[in-house]
Design a protein around this ligand. Structure first.
Ligand code: SF4
Ligand code: SF4
Length: 175
């Protein structure tokens, strides 16, 4: 049974530092290169990886309640620019894990998870997408191997986690 996270921000910080590579956070000296390299920050100024790390480091806010971290693309642009090799995308994934336990999963994230289970992709492929691919000379997308995808997701326990998340959040709105 998944229960809602009742950890304080200091406990979340300590939990995160205890995870593999979580301790790299301690090397952050807030230079901001990660934010300047981030494509999401470029279009959404309120998305600021440097600030997320500062919040965790100082335990001044509960990062598990921060919905913006879910916009991270895990593209790793930040990590390759970081002079201290802080594992930023990984740390943001850990923040999402805490968010999941806290009950702060954006409805769109659950929708994407459900899509992968039902159609093998996080988004439905639309006609404009197909036309763009055709114009660009990209190959046919084919049909996702659903049997293999579902078997793999069941194997790693994701299906059960989505079901548990839906039982907490009702699968629609955040609390
Ligand atoms: S680039 Fe690295 S050291 Fe600089 S703020 Fe980002 S995580 Fe911290
Ligand atoms: S991994 Fe996330 S935080 Fe880092 S550059 Fe990409 S989108 Fe930004």
């Amino acid at each position: 049974m998944v229960t809602k996270d009742t950890m304080s921000s200091l406990e979340v910080r300590n939990w995160l530092l205890d995870q593999p590579e979580g301790e790299t956070l301690l090397r952050c000296y807030q230079c901001g290169r990660c934010t300047s390299a981030c494509p999401v920050a470029d279009i959404e100024p309120s998305f600021n990886p440097r600030l997320f790390l500062q919040k965790i480091l100082l335990s001044d806010e509960l990062i598990a309640e921060e919905q913006l971290v879910w916009n991270c693309l895990t593209c790793e642009q930040c990590e390759v620019r970081c002079p201290e090799h802080v594992k930023i995308p990984h740390i943001l994934i850990l923040a999402k894990v805490r968010g999941l336990m806290k009950g702060n999963v954006p409805a769109a994230a659950l929708d994407r998870a459900r899509n992968i289970l039902s159609i093998g992709r996080s988004l439905e492929v639309s006609s404009p997408m197909l036309k763009t691919r055709e114009k660009m000379g990209l190959p046919d997308l084919g049909t996702p191997p659903m049997d293999q995808i579902v078997a793999m997701l069941v194997d790693i326990g994701i299906v059960g986690k989505i079901e548990k998340a839906e039982s907490i959040y009702g699968g629609t709105e955040n609390e």
